[in-house]
Design a protein. Structure first.
Length: 590
């Protein structure tokens, strides 16, 4: 443990001399107030420290003490349902101790040392355990069974294991290695946040994470263990979209990082999540959620650490064999923290003042996602899916953070202010968005739902694309200039937009759509288009085809409960055939 003295202060950056024995990324305590910081640069005995608390009032010559330990998080029972700041300080516990304002230098353990958890072992003395093997379980909440694992780097034979009630610092199992050395396994382990947790094997992203949101699942799907970005201007529905994903996506655990967003926006999340009922379990959504709140009025340096804190916690639950969804809102504010620290370090700026290493830092974060076989002899599978919100100034995605993100992520859900103003939600623009997983996931959809799923998806995207081209003509010369076939194409595309892509997050039935129902909805719209084209070739009148009464039933299909969709589908198909026949007969009579 080395000590030095402050030689320079520049906002959240403190330079200390006499720190030759310290290492990069060591946690340090700055001044007599014991402010927490981290070494981010070393030059000889000079250490540049980013301080995660307010530095006003510090002076040169004050002491700096290195702990000799990298910035780490505590992983164990008590994580789920908790609210932490960017460096895993529990905000509830701090509030109890110091009131509504964060006191500088306050030291509170991340996991409560007084809470007692009942440990149930699943191994016996004499069992041989490798790193990552499960020793036993703790029922953390009503919906999360917390698996206690052998920490990475440890292995051996079980000497003793004890069932009972323990705090997180208690020892539940003792291992002995080949040389007879003993190692204790407790309910809690620590892990440095800047280093990804190890796994046995990474798997191909060939299974979708079903979200129940039609525009995502049908047109721009995300794989289990995939990475996605949601860029969009203010008011385009980023937060509600993330809430929908947190609520409905196929994830056992949700880690939500509020990184640098406005305080009132994070307050909405903190108020809403406990009151949201998890549709999968019927319990509060907080019973499978970890929240990290680091708002724009909190110290800027802690933003930089917050996404590493969040993804390390997410990796821990992934290693248990869970599917984890991580929401980072937003990576733009994290990049702004990088830019501020880079400027204070007097580094050569890149585009728009961001550091030259912005792209590599973003890649290091997103590449920790994935579907993996975890360490351990049971070869359990876990997945970590990362969804990062990007808040480009003025909605301009040509700025560096958006562009660097797009080079890394495989799914782009581009939110459009124009669609939001038209009250079309989710406001994901189908012309600019894309999913590079669509091809590999197509085989899964064709095999598990219906074999022509990808064909229908292709028809939907083609009609929407052709509608955009036809709209230019309509603006110039009017609808009358279109041929009957083009007009029918416009009507089919309108049905796709209004009846399929438009989805009400607050409607009891429409908020979530199963894959089977999505398939039937797509099939109905394409059946109408194909059948009407045939009728048009049979000399039916375009006005009759556009005004078929069955179109109302197609539009209302999304409000049909799941248990009645098959029956309703057959009825609508029958009505469609009857009404098209009537339209043809009417033309022949005339």
């Amino acid at each position: 443990m080395s000590t030095g003295k402050i030689s320079k202060i520049s906002g959240p950056l403190v330079v200390a001399s006499g720190m030759r024995d310290s290492n990069m990324f060591d946690v340090v305590r700055v001044s007599s107030s014991r402010l927490i910081g981290e070494i981010i640069e070393m030059h000889g005995d000079q250490a540049s420290i980013q301080v995660y608390e307010e530095t006003s009032g510090l002076g040169t010559g004050e002491p700096v003490e290195s702990t000799g330990v990298a910035l780490s998080v505590e992983l164990g029972p008590g994580l789920v349902g908790s609210i932490f700041d960017g460096i895993q300080r529990p905000l509830d516990a701090i509030r109890e101790r110091s009131g509504n304002s964060l006191s500088r230098g306050i030291e509170v353990p991340s996991l409560n040392r007084e809470n007692v958890w009942h440990f149930t072992p699943c191994v016996q003395p004499g069992d041989r355990l490798a790193e990552g093997d499960i020793v036993g379980t703790v029922q953390e909440t009503q919906v999360v069974s917390h698996k206690i694992m052998v920490p990475p780097g440890l292995s051996g034979t079980v000497k003793s294991v004890t069932e009972g009630d323990f705090t997180v610092t208690g020892t539940v199992c003792v291992l002995t290695d080949e040389k007879g050395r003993e190692a204790q396994v407790g309910l809690m382990q620590k892990w440095p946040v800047r280093r990804g947790r190890p796994y046995a094997k990474k798997m191909a992203p060939n299974k979708p994470m079903v979200t129940g949101q039609r525009v995502i699942d049908a047109l721009f799907p995300i794989a289990m263990g995939g990475v996605a970005a949601i860029p969009g201007p203010f008011g385009s529905g980023k937060t509600v979209t993330q809430h929908q994903l947190a609520k409905w996506a196929e994830a056992d655990i949700v880690v939500y990082i509020g990184c640098g967003e406005r305080g009132n926006e994070m307050t909405d999340v903190l108020n809403e999540f406990p009151s949201l009922i998890d549709p999968h379990t019927g319990k509060s959504l907080m019973e499978r959620t970890v929240l990290i709140a680091n708002t724009s009025d909190m110290p800027v340096a802690a933003r930089e650490a917050s996404i590493y804190t969040g993804i390390t916690i997410a990796e821990y639950f992934r290693d248990m064999g869970y599917s984890v969804a991580l929401m980072a809102d937003s990576t733009s504010r994290w990049a702004e923290a990088l830019r501020e620290m880079s400027g204070r370090l007097e580094e050569m700026p890149g585009e728009e003042g961001y550091p030259a290493y912005l792209g590599s830092r973003l890649a290091q974060f997103y590449e920790r996602a994935g579907r993996v076989v975890a360490l351990g002899s049971d070869a359990r599978e876990g997945a970590l899916t990362v969804i990062g919100a990007v808040s480009p100034p003025g909605g301009d995605i040509s700025e560096p953070v958006s562009q660097a993100t797009l080079r890394i992520v495989k799914v782009f859900w581009g939110l459009d202010a124009t669609l939001a103003y038209k009250r079309h939600f989710p406001a994901i623009n189908w012309l600019t968005s894309y999913s590079l997983y669509a091809a590999s996931l197509g085989n899964w959809f064709n095999g598990h739902i219906e074999e022509n799923w990808t064909v229908l998806r292709g028809v939907l995207l083609r009609l929407l694309s052709e509608e955009a081209a036809l709209e230019e003509i309509v603006r110039l010369v009017g609808m009358d200039a279109l041929s009957d076939r083009d007009r029918l194409k416009m009507e089919a595309a309108r049905s796709i937009r209004e009846d399929f892509l438009h989805q009400l997050a607050y409607h009891e039935i429409d908020t979530y759509t199963s894959l089977r129902k999505q398939y039937l909805m797509m099939k109905l719209i394409i059946s109408y288009y194909d059948s009407a084209l045939e009728a048009l070739d049979g000399a039916a009148d375009i006005e009759d085809l556009v005004k078929l009464p069955v179109r109302e039933a197609i539009g209302r299909f999304k409000y049909i409960p799941e248990q009645r969709i098959e029956e309703e589908y057959k009825q609508v198909e029958k009505k469609l055939a009857e009404q098209l026949k009537e339209a043809l007969d009417r033309k022949e009579t005339l």
